[in-house]
Design a protein around this ligand. Structure first.
Ligand SMILES: C[S@@+](CC[C@H](N)C(=O)[O-])C[C@H]1O[C@@H](n2cnc3c(N)ncnc32)[C@H](O)[C@@H]1O
Length: 234
């Protein structure tokens, strides 16, 4: 079965189950803490959630922006599965939110993107790259890299390869998992400067399950400090 048909089949059948499962393991709270600690959300940003699904990560980022009174942040999200997008849209409508735009797009078919979906300050991808065939993950990451501003940040949350992930992610969710070494080679292949980041404090247990990778196109970071200096500092 093609990667796109399989992903849509899984997430159409398991939309509610996915959200139950992901909240049960504390992922949303861990991501929120990580985003706050890393100061990833700033005013006037254009932020893309690639493979946004039901909007778990965008909802977190939207909440952070609202709390900080960053009213000028614009959010964009795309996903392959209409059922997941509908789940997200119903929340957007219920909350009467105006600064989130959604579209049905396959990350491996970037021509589907609306022409103005580019120059993002931050592109976040959580749990989606696992659904690409292994030999196409670099292509998926490169497609996201092209959507960044020159000093933009790509933030990847991706499942680790271990026995736990073998049963949960590979067998149950029919997705791929990666070692840190594999992810380093993939990031290099995609032409990104990158660093691996941890979940911290109470949410450290999520490090057993996921890699967090921050990637940049150039050595110049958002803060103006060379990215290499930031790498040394973190
Ligand atoms: C594990 S869910 C993650 C959803 C959300 N990012 C989160 O963190 O809760 C994976 C999502 O990736 C989407 N997906 C899988 N393959 C994709 C592709 N090629 N392009 C875009 N989205 C894809 C699925 O439809 C699904 O909604």
């Amino acid at each position: 079965m093609n990667y796109d048909v399989l992903a849509q089949k899984i997430y159409t059948a398991r939309t509610k189950l996915y959200h139950f499962f992901i909240h049960l393991v504390g992922y949303a709270r861990g991501v929120k803490k990580f985003m706050i600690n890393g100061n990833y959300i700033q005013s006037n940003m254009r932020i893309l959630d690639a493979g946004c699904g039901g909007g778990l990560v965008t909802k977190i980022m939207h909440h952070i922006a609202k709390k900080q009174r960053f009213t000028t942040v614009s959010f964009f999200g795309f996903d392959l599965t209409p059922a997941m997008l509908d789940y997200f849209r119903s929340w957007i409508t219920k909350k009467n939110i105006k600064n989130i735009s959604l579209a049905k797009i396959d990350v491996l078919k970037p021509k589907q993107l609306p022409p103005d979906w580019k120059n993002f300050d931050l592109v976040v991808v959580s749990g989606m790259l696992e659904h690409l065939p292994r030999h196409r993950i670099v292509e998926g990451i490169r497609n996201l890299k092209y959507l960044l501003k020159p000093d933009g940040t790509l933030l990847i949350f991706i499942c680790r390869k271990n026995w736990f992930a073998y049963w949960i992610i590979k067998k149950w969710w029919k997705a791929e998992t990666y070692t840190a070494q594999e992810m380093k080679a993939i990031m290099q292949d995609a032409g990104l400067i990158f660093s691996l980041k941890p979940f911290s404090g109470f949410y450290r247990y999520l490090n057993y399950w996921l890699h967090i990778i921050e990637g940049k196109k150039s050595w110049i970071s958002l803060s103006g400090l060379p990215f290499a200096v930031n790498l040394l500092l973190c």
